[in-house]
Structures are given as C-alpha cells and as structure tokens.
Ligand binder design. Structure first.
Ligand code: ADP
Ligand code: MG
Length: 478
C-alpha cells in the first residue's frame, strides 16, 4: 500500500513589540525570573487588559504580506484551561473571528518545483508563562516573564505532503516575519516555533486520516525529523491493524521519537467565549493603508527582480533573498561591481556562506565586508587572478582582514597573462618531459591534463587558465 502524508502547521511567532500585548511590562528576553510580570500578567482579579496597538499593526503587516483578508472587525476570546504557568485560568486569543483570514504563500522546493500553501488564518494571542523543571528537585518553578508576550499564531491549510515541504514552508514564514520586522525569528529563545499536525492516508483516498499534533518544535531540523518519525509510526500502526488516535504528542530530540502527551482536546473543551474585558478589534481602511505604505520589498518581489534584472536563476535568487541581510549584502557587492551578477552571487552563496557556516557567524558578522568581496570579485573579472587563486586570497582576507589587492600584491599572486612568459614555461615543461610529450603526440590525449598541471606548478598556479589552454594545445601539437 502506498501512503500519502498530510501536514498542516500552526506557527507561533512572538511579535517584536517592546511591551506585552495587554500590559506595559517589557518583553525583553533573559531577565531574572518574574521581574517582567505586572499585575495584569499575573492575572490579578479586577485588572483590565489594554491592547497594544503595535501588535495589531504587526498582524496587519503579516496579513498584507500573505495577500490575506484583514478583518475589519475581529474578536478576542478567552480560551479556558488550567496550567500552573497560566494564572488567570484562561488565555486571551482569537477564535471565531481572527484578525487575518485566508491568505497564501508560495514556497520553492530544493528540486526547483514550487507550490502554494494556503494560510487559513493568523490570530493574535498572548503567550503563557514558563514552567521550569531543571534546578528544582521534584518541584517546578514558574517564570511569568513570558506571560502576555504577543504571539501571532499562523495556521496553514493541510497542504503540505512531506516533511521537506513543511520545512520549506516554515522557513519561508521565518524569512517573511523577519523581512517584515515583526518577529526576531530567534528559535533558540523560542520566538519562533511550531506545532505540526500530521496524518497519513492511502494514496488516492480523498478523506484525510486522523492526525496527531506534535507540539512545540523549535528548530527546522526537529520539524523534519519529528514529521518523518511520526509518518513512519502512523503507517506501521495502521499496517499492523491498529488505528491512529487524535492526540497531542511531544518530540524528544535525544531519542528522535514522538511520545503521546495527552489525548486531543476539542475546541469545546476550552469553553471559548468573547472576552468581556476587551472591545472587538476594529481596523479601518486608513490603518491598513498606513501599514501598507511601510511594507518593505518582500522576498518574492526581491527574488523576481534578481531574476529579471540580474539574470540569476530562480534558485539562486531564492537563496540570496532568504534573509533581508543576505540580500542586502549581495546587492551591496554588485552595486560596487556595477555588474558581474552571477559571479558575485556564486561567491556570496559559495565561499562566503561556507566561511560563515564554518565559523558559526551570520551575514551581519561577516569578516569580509561587501566592498571587500566586491574588490576580490573584480580582480577575477579583470583577470588579475584566477578563480582558484581567488579562493586562497579570500581565505587570507577572512583570517587576516586585509584587502584583496593588498594580499595579491604581498603574495605576488597576480595572474600571468603575458603570452611570452606562459610560452616560456610551456617550453620548459615540454623539454623536461620528453617521454610524456612523445606519448601525447602518439595519441595519448589524456596527458593534456598532465601538462596543464606541470605548467601551473611551474607558474605557482598563476598562468591565466584560458591562455594556458590555448597556447599549450598549439605547442603540444607541434
Ligand atoms: P486545532 O485548533 O484543534 O489544532 P484546526 O482544525 O484548527 O485544529 O487545525 C489545526 C491544524 O491542523 C491546521 O494547520 C490544519 O491544516 C491541520 N490539520 C487539520 N486536519 C489535518 C489532518 N487530517 N492532517 C494533517 N493536518 C491537519
Ligand atoms: Mg492546534
């Protein structure tokens, strides 16, 4: 039996407001426990929530960016449940009428194919506090600093068909919220996390299978692994005659498996009702237009421009626009160069990205700034150095911090483009290898590479490769 995987994601993005969604407490990460929780966050009776205008603007920004409907009127509801890190006994969320409704997002997969994923809704809600289990023997600590932090919960349609698609979608949302500057995207700090809903069905079947919801995944790698594990578990279960039960599961990264946490609650278990402390959220045209006016160039628009104006492939454009900072770096390089787009793109995606990954840095911490990389690429373009020597120069730039020209001069790396010097080196190599020369001339074409290598060795890799090829071909054939 062939199985098809069905996935829908609920992504929680912490909004980058300075204060909380219904109180004036700071949202800064890393403060001492319970130092950023006031009476509203602590759920004292009689206090009243006041909606943070900036959180609303951020939700609208997101809605516009995914071509969704921004609801002119939406409603905050109480989602009732008991948990030690939720002192009020309810979470303020949006239920029947969310602020963002029915949008969509295009994703690009590694194999170059694309797909549109539906976004059912995005709603504003408050985060809960945190229960701390380490450092407390047999007890739990409660830190309410996070209580009341604004969240945008972005709910997708069950449109993904593999773990890879789910990751591509999540990455795209991650890219988007950072472009929009509505979320810092810091997954280690929990600012961006998701619940993955996973089910399987026999290929060709129309109805969806029963889903399990894997909670709180905070890395792309965990999302991929958790989904793949869960798909296998469900298929094994069904093929063994069992039935998937609708439940909430937890992913254990150390064991690489998902475990049952609790049976799935239904919406009516939460006794949702409109929060009587908050008026309906009314958004007028003027607010929407003022937000629209401040939208930056979005990743898809930017990528399309790099394809149309720079002649890059859709894949390269997708990689370069995956973060606003990376795109800005690339654009600064080509601006200095006044062209050479493909070469610049290759260097940014190749050597530079490799060095950043190796040293655990992000693009804003690059040891080689954009103008410096532009200088290096210019020296390849004007034939001062070959691409191969350029890699050596780049390494030196990265570790020593000097400029390309400085290193090329100090190390005498300038490419030899003078025909007579190259010819001289070829003559010497031919004279020093009579046997190989005779073999070549009697038909052993493969020895051409040997001669290239010898001449390059004799010139310390500095002979211009194209010239060398041409001259060598001519001389070898006599
Ligand atoms: P809840 O709020 O109870 O978690 P929703 O119906 O709002 O449930 O769905 C939450 C998420 O689950 C959505 O992203 C949706 O696309 C996804 N989903 C719903 N049904 C399935 C299914 N059968 N398989 C996989 N994902 C599903
Ligand atoms: Mg859910």
């Amino acid at each position: 039996m062939e199985w098809e995987t069905v996935i829908g994601l609920e992504i929680h993005a912490q909004l980058a407001t300075r204060s909380k969604i219904f109180s004036g407490s700071s949202t800064a990460f890393g403060a001492g426990a319970n130092t950023q929780a006031n009476l509203v966050d602590l759920g004292y009776p009689g206090v009243l929530p006041v909606l943070n205008h900036e959180a609303v603007r951020m939700a609208v920004r997101f809605g516009l960016a995914v071509a969704a409907t921004v609801a002119r009127r939406s409603v905050f509801a109480r989602k009732n449940y008991f948990y030690p890190d939720l002192p009020k006994g309810y979470q303020i969320s949006q239920y029947e009428l969310p602020v963002v409704q029915s949008g969509s997002l295009d994703i690009l997969l590694e194999d170059g194919s694309g797909k549109t994923v539906g976004i059912t809704r995005a709603h504003l809600e408050e985060d809960a506090g945190k229960s701390l289990h380490e450092d407390f023997h047999g007890l739990s600590g409660i830190d309410l600093n996070r209580a009341g932090t604004p969240l945008l919960e972005i709910v997708s349609e069950p449109d993904m068909r593999s773990a890879k698609e789910a990751v591509a979608y999540m990455k795209k949302i991650h890219t988007l919220v950072r472009y929009l500057e509505i979320c810092d995207g810091n997954m280690q700090e929990g600012s961006f996390r998701c619940d993955a809903n996973v089910s399987v069905r026999p290929k060709g079947q129309k109805e969806f299978g029963t889903r399990a919801e894997i909670k709180n995944l905070n890395s792309f790698r965990f999302v991929e692994r958790a989904i793949n594990y869960e798909v296998e578990r469900q298929v094994d279960l069904i093929e063994g005659g069992g039935k998937v039960v609708q439940e909430t599961r937890l992913y254990d990264p150390d064991r690489g498996e998902t475990r049952s946490m609790r049976s799935k609650e239904e919406a009516n278990d939460y006794r949702y009702f409109p929060d009587p402390d908050l008026l309906p959220l009314v958004i007028d045209e003027a607010l929407i237009e003022s937000v629209r006016a401040t939208l930056p160039e979005l990743p898809d628009e930017k990528a399309a421009r790099l394809v149309a104006e720079h002649g890059l492939s859709a894949y390269d454009a997708g990689v370069l626009t995956s973060s606003r900072e990376l795109a800005a770096y690339y654009e600064a390089v080509v601006q200095d160069l006044g062209g050479q787009h493909k070469l610049a793109a290759n260097w940014v995606m190749g050597e530079l990205s490799g060095a950043l990954t190796r040293d655990g840095l992000d693009i804003t911490q690059s040891r080689v700034a954009a103008p410096a990389l532009a200088q290096l690429v210019a020296r390849i373009g004007d034939n001062t150095i070959s691409g191969k020597i350029a890699k050596e120069v780049f390494e030196a730039m990265w570790t020593e911090g000097s400029g390309a020209d400085e290193i090329i001069d100090a190390r005498g790396l300038r490419q030899i483009t003078d025909t007579s010097s190259i010819e001289k080196a070829i003559d010497e190599v031919m004279a020093g290898n009579p046997k190989q020369l005779a073999d070549y001339r009697s038909g052993k074409d493969k020895l051409f590479g040997f001669f290239v290598g010898q001449v390059m060795k004799a010139t310390q890799g500095k002979a211009n490769p194209a010239q060398l090829n041409e001259l060598l071909k001519r001389k070898l054939s006599g």
